[in-house]
Design a protein around this ligand. Structure first.
Ligand code: AP5
Ligand code: MG
Length: 223
């Protein structure tokens, strides 16, 4: 079954963590707009220069730039087997643009999963997040540290773990504010389409959240 999944949720809700697991479990392509922008920043491309200030201040990159990078990615051949969108759409115009892409390409979204986590947990989680710039692995000093301290413990990777530039308290608070103002309405958008599923992830481990999402996906296959 080809699955097309959108993962919604505040900064630090666990979208990336779950998207990596789901991609591995179901052979899906993981598309994270944040990761794509950070790759451009690292490579110093023109797009990277254009988005730098938005990422570092916790504001959203303009919709036209973001939608273009996503639709370019979705027409790549590997996406034919299904994909998980992590961090997109993040505004009503982005959700509408995605629906227009689906209409043009004879596709549809199977489910939008909202990973709901209380704001109080977010700052605590994100200031303890460590990321591997080499392979993209996600760790947490409190809730899931690397077995090798400051180095990535994935096989064949010894990347030096970093704190993301936008994981500083002031920027985290700005990202949360942007989330509540601009991104939260996307939840209602998918609710109205009847394809929204919510996982209340406060206090749940990543394994528990994964199990809940798997139950949701099993329900789709049985439908
Ligand atoms: P992006 O990279 O998407 O950041 P974000 O949405 O703020 O989300 P995060 O990646 O911070 O969190 P996550 O939900 O992936 O959580 P994770 O799994 O890492 O976007 C960055 C920026 O790019 C934006 O601010 C914007 O500027 C731009 N951008 C991106 N997309 C855009 C768009 N569509 N439009 C416009 N601009 C866009 O987990 C977080 C931490 O918690 C980790 O340490 C993890 O180990 C831990 N953790 C995970 N699950 C659990 C659990 N259950 N219990 C305890 N700890 C957990
Ligand atoms: Mg992420």
């Amino acid at each position: 079954m080809t699955l097309r999944i959108v993962l919604l949720g505040a900064p630090g809700a666990g979208k990336g963590t779950q998207a990596q697991r789901l991609a591995a479990a179901h052979g899906l392509v993981h598309i994270s707009t944040g990761d794509m922008f950070r790759a451009h920043l690292k490579q110093g491309t023109e797009l990277g220069q254009r988005v730098q200030n938005y990422l570092n201040s916790g504001r959203l990159v303009p919709d036209d730039l973001t939608c273009a990078i996503v639709t370019d990615r979705l027409v790549q051949p590997d996406c034919a087997q299904g994909y998980i969108l992590d961090g997109f759409p993040r505004s009503a115009p982005q959700a509408e643009a995605l629906d227009a892409f689906f209409a043009d390409n004879g596709q549809k979204l199977d489910v939008a999963v909202d990973i709901a986590v209380a704001d109080e947990d977010i700052v605590d989680r994100l200031s303890a997040r460590r990321s591997c710039p080499a392979c993209g692995a996600i760790y947490n000093l409190k809730y899931g540290p690397s077995k090798r301290g400051g180095l990535c413990d994935r096989e064949n990777c010894s990347g030096e773990l970093i704190l993301r530039d936008d994981d500083r308290e002031e920027t985290i608070r700005k990202r949360l504010q942007v989330y509540h103002q601009t991104t939260a309405p996307v939840i209602g958008y998918y609710g109205n389409q009847g394809i929204l599923k919510t996982v209340d992830a406060t206090g749940l481990t990543p394994d528990d959240v994964f199990a809940r999402i798997e139950e949701i996906l099993c329900g789709l296959k049985g439908a």
